[in-house]
Design a protein around this ligand. Sequence first.
Ligand SMILES: [Zn+2]
Ligand SMILES: [Zn+2]
Length: 467
Amino acid sequence: MTPPPSHKVPLGTANDEHTPADINIPDNYVEHTLKTTKPLPPLSWQNWQTEINWLNFFILVVTPFIGLAGAMFTPLRWETFVFSIVYYFITGLGITAGYHRLWAHRSYNASKPLQYALSIMGAGAVEGSIKWWSRGHRAHHRYTDTDLDPYNAHKGFFYSHIGWMLLKPRRKPGVADVSDLTKSEVVRWQHKHYISLILIMGFLVPTLVAWLGWGDAKGGYVYAGVLRLIFVHHSTFCVNSLAHWLGEAPFDDKHTPRDHVITALCTIGEGYHNFHHQFPMDYRNAIKWWQYDPTKWFIWTCQKVGLASHLKVFPDNEVKKGQLTMQLKKLRATQEKLAWPSDSNDLPVVTWESFQEQAQKRPLILISGFIHDVSTFTTEHPGGAHLIIKMIGKDATTAFFGGVYDHSNAAHNLLAMKRVGVLQGGAPHGLEDKSIPPSQRLKIAKYNELGAYGSSTAYSDGEGMLG
Ligand SMILES: [Zn+2]
Ligand SMILES: [Zn+2]
């Protein structure tokens, strides 16, 4: 879905912000960068004054105390309470539907009025400009779980939630191109007026609405302004922490992103993060209609009223492939925990005479070419011990497979566990199916275990692709 870099784009100079930032990076960029650049030293008692990002520290640590102190001296009116929740969703959607799904991932097209609205709503969440935010987020997707990921989840919950902003970045985030955003009039406009926009949208608008609406300016400032801001912050920060920590990996378990309804509830629908990291250009996070994803519903509604278009959806076939792979992986783990019958290659080959001789000493029965020792089972046989005893030293294939009783799959599986040898000359033709117990007719095999079936013979020259 990403258009290939146009050949018309000249290999630009470093100052040309319309040139993709990653156009000239070496093929081994990640390894090379991690090897050749040194991270800043870890935080310690000696360096904390210089290593803490004091502006972020103030916004993220001091603001909650201001909010709590304000709340202690400000009665909460119900109108202000309802408005605070609504305003939480308005500014939160600016981040989720705007910053994240529109600008960082280009998962749909938005009309100019919607773009301006989202950029203003997002400013009210006070999380940096669209350009700065999207640049970091694109690096997060590109270098997930590495030191080039600005909020690397391997550095712990606290670090990925908030720690990465409280400290000066230990390393420059990996290169990620945002030249498409620097071309955008709306992104440039927001970047330019960012400080005014956060003051207006973060604090002035909520204060004015509550004041003019129901005469509660102070409540508007404290609850819909400051405390709502703290909720929006931690709600969206959960996408980097909780979403990389809690839940299942139904699409791919290579990296830390996880799916969980609790994360979705905390983040206006960004909780299906395992899906999101697999299919980042999909406008959805939740693919089932009943899963909580208000951001998706918002984008979908914008499309219905003509404000958004080209909502990108990953092919369902590919989504299902990811799910199937993970399901098979789980089943394979279950399969590996079980004990399986010996294979004919692992068993001694026994002549008919030897079979006869040994059957005098212990209860051996021949079924489908395999010799079974039934000494531990004779008295437990549901049909009675006599039916087994009379078959000792004989071929009971016909009797076992319906001649006397058409045994269940479980009986066949259990029988196979009692194999002790293979009759020389093998099973008579036509018994192949009967020699494989039902539990092994459908098994999960890795591609390199498939033998002849798995090895590719499709190298015929002069045909197909190479033709
Ligand atoms: Zn993530
Ligand atoms: Zn994302």
